[in-house]
Design a protein around this ligand. Sequence first.
Ligand code: PLP
Length: 236
Amino acid sequence: MMEKLSAKEFDLNFQNVCEKFNSALQKAGKTADDVILLAATKTVDTDTINYAISKGINYVAENRVQELVAKHDKLSKVHEHFIGHLQTNKVKDVIDKVELIQSVDSFKLAQEISKQAVKHGLIMDILLEINIGEEESKWGFEYSQAEEAVKNISQLEGVRIRGLMTIPPICETETEIREYFRKMYKLFIDISSKKIDNSYMDILSMGMSDDFDIAIEEGANLVRVGTALFGKRNYL
Ligand SMILES: *Cc1c(COP(=O)(O)O)cnc(C)c1O
């Protein structure tokens, strides 16, 4: 866990994020209703998260199941997502706690989500994670497999594909990161235009603390921000 952030520090961070968020919206010709600002809350204590919620954060997400489960019952009312690699044997722990799993990175995982969703009598909203930089170290479907994956997964019971998510490679320049976001937006639009049954394709999740403004300019409608809101994480 990180050291507790003071209310004052959070307020200042949040103000800075909001300014950057609003100016990106303006550049993109969008309003605050068009783009979700989601707080990535890994390593952040629940008091701080609840303070953030009281200040207007409506969406939060964890990337580790254990942390999600530990914090879930202590959180104020908020939209909760899951954004990390999910092992199939952990699906049962998150299925009734989150409203969107953003990080579906294999057909096998989608099948397990389907199975658990049916068991719980619910429809789970999901995004397919795309490994846009084709990095060995990252999870996700390859760009070239994305459409096929949407077609196959959309046929599973109990899951509803809402769009795509990506974590691009670390880039040296703004031009480079912008290219990855453009490539993702194109893929998102291409697949949307196919109107595949039982796939909605209304969410494109990309952009983090360092580049969420660029992501919004390039078509993201959900950005995941951690460090810029809560400060640098210490992993001990
Ligand atoms: C931690 C995390 C983020 C936020 O990253 P920051 O650089 O701290 O803003 C976004 N997405 C995922 C999947 C994460 O794990």
